[in-house]
Write a protein that binds this ligand. Structure first.
Ligand SMILES: Nc1ncnc2c1ncn2[C@@H]1O[C@H](COP(=O)(O)OP(=O)(O)OP(=O)(O)O)[C@@H](O)[C@H]1O
Length: 253
């Protein structure tokens, strides 16, 4: 279990996170939703140790998570981050095999148990096996993001944080990536945290939803209950905006 306890964060005089409390459970996916600047990525950065909170604690299985320079390799390896832009998350001159081998080498150096490259790829999309000797550069955006997901599996993570990971993909590829992450969540019993600007309230990817605004966690509930039972005014506004655009989209499709 990953516990976010009373987390506060400011940059100078600007409060970015205000007393955030959330429990993330294994096998559970959470959509963290909020407008730009609401603090979603800052919370994710604190979880992976890239930022340090001003107060509060993050516990992973009851142990305090230190900032990244104080973390053991094992703790870093347990938490994987999928970035918004798969193009800049990968070294374009590397082949697919070199990309995955880099992480395997680090695991070997640290005597850390890892998933084989073949297994990682099969978990994601076995077609990528045909591209092992190809440069990353020739892959499509969707294939690149799948490669990032395959790479994240090498360390057998307990937590995957996907930060706007489909924002550069079309609808079909986005659905494929969310289905894939959901399948991995279920099969590997991991905590999946997905940071989103917008959410499809009809989708079935998420177990929980956390609504952020101006550094505050306004609402945290079961995803399936949220659409009909949202309590906060801002949450209701998000639902109304979704309904409006959904209707308009259907009209023009
Ligand atoms: N290193 C930093 N120094 C100063 N301010 C920062 C820094 N990082 C983030 N901020 C500010 O903190 C606030 C929250 O940023 P954050 O990136 O967490 O928001 P977000 O909800 O993830 O937004 P987006 O969806 O646009 O990524 C913003 O006002 C941002 O400008």
């Amino acid at each position: 279990m990953l516990q976010i306890i009373d987390i506060n964060k400011s940059y100078g005089s600007k409060k970015v996170l205000n007393n955030i409390n959330i429990d993330f459970k294994p096998g559970e996916s959470t959509a963290i939703v909020g407008e730009s600047g609401s603090g979603k990525t800052t919370l994710a950065k604190i979880i992976i140790g890239l930022e340090k909170q001003n107060s509060g604690e993050i516990l992973l299985n009851n142990k305090i998570l230190q900032s990244i320079n104080k973390r053991y390799f094992e703790t870093c390896a347990k938490i994987q981050y999928i970035f918004q832009d798969p193009y800049s998350a990968l070294e374009k001159n590397f082949t697919v095999l070199q990309t995955l081998n880099e992480t395997v080498t680090i695991c070997k150096r640290n005597n850390y148990d890892y998933m084989s490259i073949e297994d990682c790829i099969i978990n994601v999309d076995k077609n990528l096996l045909n591209y092992l000797d190809q440069k990353v550069d020739i892959l499509s955006g969707g294939q690149k993001q799948k490669l990032c997901i395959a790479r994240s599996l090498i360390t057998k993570p307990k937590i995957i944080i996907a930060d706007e990971c489909t924002s550069m993909l079309d609808k079909k590829n986005s659905e494929e990536i969310f289905n894939l992450l959901n399948k991995i969540k279920q099969e590997k019993n991991i905590i999946l945290i997905s940071i989103l600007h917008e959410v499809d309230f009809y989708s079935e990817y998420w177990d929980k939803i956390a609504i952020f605004k101006d550094g505050n966690l306004l609402e945290y509930s079961e995803f399936k209950n949220f659409y009909n039972n949202a309590k906060n005014i801002y949450s209701k506004e998000l639902i109304e905006a979704f309904k409006f655009f959904k209707y308009k989209g259907d009209q023009y499709e």
